[in-house]
Design a protein around this ligand. Structure first.
Ligand code: MN
Length: 308
């Protein structure tokens, strides 16, 4: 069903581009044959401009919907809990400066306190020791914030096993249905975990062993995606891109270790992943441009063909 929607958008874009490109040619007098295709680059630019205009029109008309993949950032936002002796991050706190009162009669503003890795956030390569000489958030090219989404649904596996780890086979199963993971993709694991986002206890899911239990990517998937595919990074609904059991793996947190070592990114605590098609959406994730930032809270959105 969703692929039909994508097809429609593509057709609309193609028609719009075609109309735009052909209009000037029709108006041109046929005095002499064109010596060489001097119009090529101008026509190409016009075609691209027409596709962008068609996209803007598709958004305002609702043929394309924009899905907010971001969790609410508040004092209650669940935060990853590392075991001792490791240091943990503070969460989010908002401090009011004024609110239409004596401190500022006509304005409301606050200052905020937040860890780089709190709530829906972006992991930069320099977050991990394997990527320490690679990009921090301020050094990433803006074009690398945008990519097609490959959404891998493992909800059924996670329902049976909260410690589910995506592997090479998980990604190959998606490719069997949708083709090769596109170049520059955000590979997003759909687990249903977002339903727990308003309850930190359920979200971290500590077991009888006291350790958290949630799904994620692992060594096998990371080696495959970093070594055999060409992606931007991975995204998850959980508090980290690695499954919780990755804390005791070798190397520890293997997805972080391998992906960041290869210069790739991570997105965590995504919301509304159930509203994305398995293929055909474009995800945009723009972290704050923090100097040497290892990550940043991020507003992640997806451009999605409308359901009808
Ligand atoms: Mn992080």
């Amino acid at each position: 069903m969703r692929n039909v929607g994508i097809g429609c958008v593509a057709i609309v874009l193609a028609i719009a581009a075609g109309l735009h490109a052909q209009a000037p040619a029709a108006a041109k007098p046929v005095t002499k044959p064109a010596a060489r295709p001097a119009t090529t680059s101008a026509a190409r630019r016009a075609g691209v401009a027409a596709r962008l205009a068609a996209l803007a029109s598709d958004i305002t008309s609702g043929r394309v919907t924009v899905v907010d993949l971001t969790q609410l950032l508040s004092a209650a936002t669940p935060i990853i809990q590392l075991p001792p002796p490791f240091a943990n991050t503070p969460g989010f706190t908002s401090h009011e400066i004024s609110a239409y009162n004596d401190k500022g009669p006509a304005w409301y503003w606050s200052w905020i306190e937040v860890g780089e890795h709190v709530g829906t956030h972006f992991d930069a390569p320099c977050h991990w020791v394997t990527g320490k000489d690679k990009a921090c958030v301020d050094q990433i090219e803006a074009k690398q914030f945008i990519g097609p989404a490959a959404v891998i649904d493992v909800t059924a596996d996670v329902a049976k096993n909260a410690d589910f780890i995506a592997g090479r086979d998980t990604i190959l199963a998606w490719e069997k249905k949708h083709g090769r993971v596109p170049k520059g993709a955000w590979v997003i694991l759909r687990t249903g975990w977002g339903a727990r986002a308003n309850d930190a206890k359920q979200f971290l899911n500590a077991g009888a062993d006291g350790a958290p239990h949630y799904p994620g990517f692992g060594k096998d998937s990371a080696e495959f995606l970093a070594g055999e595919r060409d992606i931007l990074g991975v995204g998850v609904e959980q508090v980290g891109t690695d499954a919780a059991v990755g804390a005791t793996a070798n190397p520890p947190f293997p997805n972080h270790s391998i992906m960041h070592g290869a210069g790739h990114f991570g997105l965590t605590q995504l919301a509304n992943v159930d509203k994305l098609p398995e293929s055909g959406a474009i995800v945009i994730a723009t972290p704050l441009k923090i100097q040497r930032g290892s990550g940043s809270p991020v507003r992640v959105i997806a451009i999605v063909p409308a359901a009808r």
